[in-house]
Ligand binder design. Structure first.
Ligand code: NAD
Length: 281
């Protein structure tokens, strides 16, 4: 049976390191590290995410500023807020909570964030640095957290076959780039992939980032694989991953649970990116 990777415990460790660095920054600079969270409209899920992030900041001695705009705010309004935050010397990280209302072009808003303050790591400059293997970029929080989860198992990534299911800009593509940079042989699968199970069965490391409850079943997993479940699928019975955890854990060597796996690490890495930004790292 697989060992369960405790994302909550690992995230707590990361956060305690972040807090120490944030306190040190405050001593040296006479102000706290600052993160601005911009939210547009009143999507209830976004509201919960934003509140969780603000609470996490407080616990790590990071000052958070929430800027909430009405759902009818224009793209120009949102970009004006971002530009003001770019120029604010007390703000080290800016996060625009996605999704934005349909009438706003998300890419235009993300492009307006100063790459150095891009706490989410979604700016094209940061994504580009990741793909080119250049230092100094901000790595998106979820993929950065996934790498820490895999490393925590002690399994050597070099030379392994890593299969990523999902090709989104925020998870699938950047985690594929990070695994490649760590010398894995990487296959990216997506909604048009033929014979998905045949491919996933060859994975030493399997990352599922799809958004479909229990898409990955035990017969799709190689014995001894490391399985990372990014999925967050809510229904009346609660929160579920993309992986059929109860059965896959019988086959895998390590597996992340949902909840308590990737989710807590994503928030921890947001705090890490913010402190890195403040410290110029
Ligand atoms: P997305 O909708 O942008 O992308 C989903 C990807 O899955 C697409 O690339 C699509 O091609 C692929 N896909 C869809 N159906 C498929 C199928 N049947 N077979 C193979 N591939 C298929 O989603 P996203 O933003 O990357 O998020 C994926 C999941 O991860 C969601 O459940 C989301 O809520 C969750 N998520 C969790 C965290 C976290 O912190 N835990 C962070 C981000 C996203």
């Amino acid at each position: 049976m697989a060992e369960i990777i405790d994302g909550k415990a690992l995230a707590a460790q990361v956060r305690s390191g972040v807090r120490e660095r944030a306190l040190c920054f405050e001593q040296n600079n006479g102000r706290k590290v600052g993160l601005a969270v911009v939210r547009v409209g009143d999507d209830p899920a976004s509201d919960i995410y934003v509140r969780n992030k603000i609470k996490a900041c407080e616990e790590c001695d990071i000052r958070s500023v929430a800027v909430v705009l009405n759902g009818d705010a224009t793209q120009t309004d949102v970009i004006a807020v971002v530009e003001k935050l770019n120029a604010d010397n007390d703000i080290d990280g800016i996060l625009v909570q996605l999704p934005l209302p349909k009438h706003i072009d998300e890419r235009a808003v993300l492009a307006a964030i100063s790459p150095k303050k891009d706490a989410d790591g979604f700016h094209a400059v940061n994504a580009g640095k990741l793909f080119l293997g250049e230092d100094g970029g901000v790595v998106a929080c979820t993929p950065r957290g996934i790498m820490e989860l895999i490393k925590s198992t002690g399994v050597d990534i070099c030379g392994k076959h890593a299969v990523v299911i999902g090709r989104s800009n925020i998870v699938g593509k950047p985690i594929a780039a990070l695994l490649l940079a760590a010398d894995a042989t990487v296959t990216v699968c997506h909604s048009k992939t033929e014979n998905l199970a045949q491919i996933t069965r060859t994975a030493d490391i399997l990352v599922a980032a799809v958004g479909k409850k229990h898409l990955v079943t035990a017969d799709m997993v190689k014995r001894g694989a490391v399985v990372i479940d990014v999925g967050m699928n809510r229904d009346d019975s609660g929160l579920h991953g993309d992986v059929d955890f109860d059965n896959v854990k019988e086959v895998a060597s390590y597996i992340t649970p949902v909840p308590g796996g990737v989710g807590p690490m994503t928030v921890a890495m947001l705090l890490m990116n913010t402190v890195d930004g403040a410290c110029g790292e």
